[in-house]
Design a protein around this ligand. Structure first.
Ligand SMILES: Cc1cc2nc3c(=O)[nH]c(=O)nc-3n(C[C@H](O)[C@H](O)[C@H](O)COP(=O)(O)OP(=O)(O)OC[C@H]3O[C@@H](n4cnc5c(N)ncnc54)[C@H](O)[C@@H]3O)c2cc1C
Length: 316
């Protein structure tokens, strides 16, 4: 079932979460261990991230360097199928532009259709290690709006090869939104302009980057509505969990902590202290979002569900 249909049918705010594929070499049980504790909150859909390959250089015996592609977290599509099969819940694979040309994208989408997957979160992806800026694959997409356009075209039965007559796909398409602006955007207005292009290309709903200040989300929704972005906007929340998150999250995701949260974080001495603050903050944020009638709250678990479980117990 489509994410948008789940939202339409919902009686109140839905619960959903995102997981990462396990690291290469870890079994599927690692994944289930992260999901099992959250199923009691009846998520209607579970997102599975996609991770691009990284390139490493190995010195050969002759002194030449060999470029080797390494995928640390493979298996997004297979994992989605496993989740749907085991939990009878919709899985939302993330599909990125990076590393794919248009033909490979089309093939990936056909595979998803064969598996009965109705949803896809369409993203550009970031630059890979050793690349200063994002570089599209030859014949691939520069921005998420182009990927969304390709999926929309397939939904209308237009495939890349004209003579390839087949049934249209019927994907529900999600796109990413950034309440605190995407880090490459010149300003929030410019970012919103591009977000609107994604909706015009066919995005059915938006999921936001994590934020810790609900005012940023509410303002973002108002700004979207003001320029005619009328699709559902699902807030994404991440419970802070350990000491390294404190500096990593603002640096990596380009977001700010509100002063009240930063004051609580500087007092933390251990990972447990941070996890406690993260849970309390997550409960406070979730309560306010739910009271405001958001369609769904989407939690970033980073494959560690204990904090999300503690928050969900209070909220759902
Ligand atoms: C909910 C969520 C889930 C994510 N999951 C993953 C994942 O599984 N795997 C992964 O690798 N990454 C993931 N990311 C990270 C994402 O790939 C990066 O943030 C990436 O840098 C931007 O992706 P995007 O789809 O927003 O790109 P875009 O929409 O292409 O935007 C990127 C930048 O380009 C600008 N822009 C957009 N369109 C145009 C245009 N047509 N012309 C000029 N400028 C334009 C935008 O303003 C923005 O600054 C996720 C992010 C979010 C919020």
């Amino acid at each position: 079932m489509k994410v948008t249909d789940h939202l339409k049918e919902a009686q109140g705010t839905l619960f959903s979460f995102e997981i990462l594929p396990p690291l290469k070499g870890k079994g599927i049980q690692t994944l289930y261990d992260g999901i099992d504790p959250l199923m009691e909150f009846k998520p209607k859909f579970v997102n599975v991230t996609y991770h691009r390959e990284e390139f490493i250089y190995k010195e050969r015996d002759n002194g030449l360097l060999e470029k080797i592609a390494v995928r640390k977290r493979p298996g997004t599509v297979g994992i989605c199928a496993a989740i749907m099969n085991r939990y009878d819940v919709d899985a939302v694979p993330h599909l990125i532009c990076g590393g794919f040309n248009r033909e490979e994208t089309e093939n990936a989408l056909i595979d998803l259709q064969f598996l009965g997957i109705d949803n896809v979160l369409a993203l550009r992806g970031d630059s890979i290690k050793n690349e200063a800026v994002y570089v599209p694959e030859l014949g691939g997409h520069k921005h998420a709006n182009e990927l969304i356009h390709q999926i929309s075209q397939m939904n209308k039965g237009h495939y890349l090869m004209d003579d390839y007559k087949t049934d249209p796909t019927d994907f529900c398409i999600g796109a990413a939104g950034y309440p605190e602006k995407h880090f490459e955007a010149m300003n929030l207005e410019d970012d919103l302009y591009h977000l609107k292009k994604k909706v015009e290309a066919g995005a059915d709903y938006i999921v936001t980057q994590m934020f810790f200040d609900n005012t940023k989300y509410f303002n973002f929704v108002d700004s979207c509505r003001a320029i005619g972005i009328n699709v559902p906007i699902i807030p994404g929340l991440k419970p802070l969990k350990n000491l390294s998150h404190i500096s990593f999250i603002p640096k990596y995701f380009h977001i700010d902590y509100p002063v009240e949260l930063s004051r609580a974080l500087v007092k933390c001495k251990t990972n447990d202290d941070v996890a406690k603050v993260g849970i309390e903050w997550g409960i406070q944020q979730s309560k306010e979002l739910k009271a405001a009638g958001v369609p769904c709250i989407h939690y970033y678990t980073m494959s560690n569900s204990s904090s999300v479980k503690a928050i969900a117990t209070e909220i759902f």
